[in-house]
Design a protein around this ligand. Structure first.
Ligand SMILES: [Zn+2]
Length: 357
């Protein structure tokens, strides 16, 4: 079963994906976008939210949903720390035993070692089963994620009106005993020329700290695909490719959890950092389409405005039991259109859940 989501979401006054701090200046992530216009190519540097950021939000919810259906999640993924069995030390810590080694092993024994590592990690953590992992030791064992997402960038029509602006903020503590006057200044209660030594000079004694945070606003393109085919199954060890690691019932529950996590991701959109003080002034779907299919069927990109029309045209030539559920503030196109994003998501997710065997 395959669920493909494309959408456009309004994010106003957002600081969802910051990349570096230079002194007291916090920069927003930005990426180059190239478009063609009137026979010329133009480059825009635009605010962006990384696919890692979207994936982090999704996997945090996924860990909770796995817990609800009583599927195992390792102690790190449970806490939103996605170390994902990356080394021997992490493996031993979460699995509770030393990983098998591949050094000096014959070819068929190596395959056994690879299979053992793959099955131990997958059985032990539903998040790593769905979201993949990389065991970077000897042997190397990796699992490709069953969900796919990517950079959120402002949509094509809006590129020319974008800007990123640094906002000034200050933390103020003058008048308390914890701060002194800046060097060379006098404060009330102190005689002119009286030394302020005894208190450390520099930032720790400054009564006012200023800092800048870059904000942007725009209509952002969103994409997310979920392929449930290999949940609970071997994919890396070629000798066992496609065979079950976890029991059928367990694989079904993990798949349900992955679909429910997608529902929550779309309804609440908890993507990005700085949500306690820079929560976007508006988070609102302008349009959204979910295609539910029996095999790989991806929605066209929502970077360009006609994506729903292109989806219907694609479906007329390629169709794997595909149903397209859509919502749009202006012109909606889909097999079914709903008056709200919530109804659209619910109906599509229920269709997906109904297809589970
Ligand atoms: Zn884990």
């Amino acid at each position: 079963m395959y669920v493909s989501v494309r959408g456009r979401i309004w994010l106003e006054a957002e600081a969802l994906n910051m990349v570096e701090r230079v002194g007291n200046y916090v920069k927003h992530r930005r990426v180059p976008i190239v478009v063609s216009e009137g026979g010329n190519f133009l480059t825009f540097f635009v605010p962006a939210i990384s696919g890692e950021s979207v994936a982090h939000a999704y996997q945090t919810i996924l860990a909770e949903e796995m817990g609800k259906v009583k599927e195992k999640v390792c102690k790190y993924c449970q806490k939103g720390i996605f170390l994902k069995s990356s080394s021997k030390e992490v493996y031993q810590d979460v699995i509770g035993e030393k990983p098998p080694e591949a050094a000096n092993k014959k070819k068929n024994e190596k395959s056994e070692v690879v299979g053992k590592i793959e099955s131990s990690i997958v059985s032990n953590c539903g998040v790593e089963d769905v979201g993949g992992f990389l065991y970077a030791e000897n042997p190397n064992v990796k699992r490709t994620s069953s969900f796919y997402t990517g950079y959120m960038v402002p949509v094509r029509e809006g590129l020319k009106v974008l800007s990123i602006d640094p906002q000034l903020h200050s933390r103020y503590a003058l008048g308390t005993k914890f701060v002194g006057a800046a060097e060379g200044e006098s404060t009330s209660g102190q005689e002119e020329g009286e030394s302020t030594s005894g208190q450390e000079e520099g930032e720790s004694t400054s009564g006012q700290r200023i800092y800048y945070v870059e904000l942007s606003s725009g209509l952002f393109a969103f994409s997310f695909d979920l392929d449930t085919k290999f949940i609970g199954k071997y994919t890396f060890n070629v000798d066992q490719y496609g065979q079950d690691i976890v029991q059928t019932d367990s694989a079904k529950k993990r798949t349900q959890a992955a679909i429910e996590a997608l529902r929550r991701l779309l309804l609440e959109f908890p993507v990005g950092a700085k949500r306690t003080r820079f929560n976007p002034a508006e988070v609102r779907w302008d349009s959204l389409s979910l295609a539910v299919s029996n095999d790989v069927w991806t929605m066209p990109s929502s970077f360009v405005g006609d994506y729903m029309a292109r989806a219907l045209s694609k479906k007329s030539s390629v169709n794997y039991g595909t149903n397209i559920y859509s919502y749009a503030e202006s012109e909606c196109k889909g097999d079914k259109c709903y008056p709200t994003p919530e109804e659209t998501v619910s109906n599509a997710i229920n269709d997906a859940l109904g297809r589970l065997k």
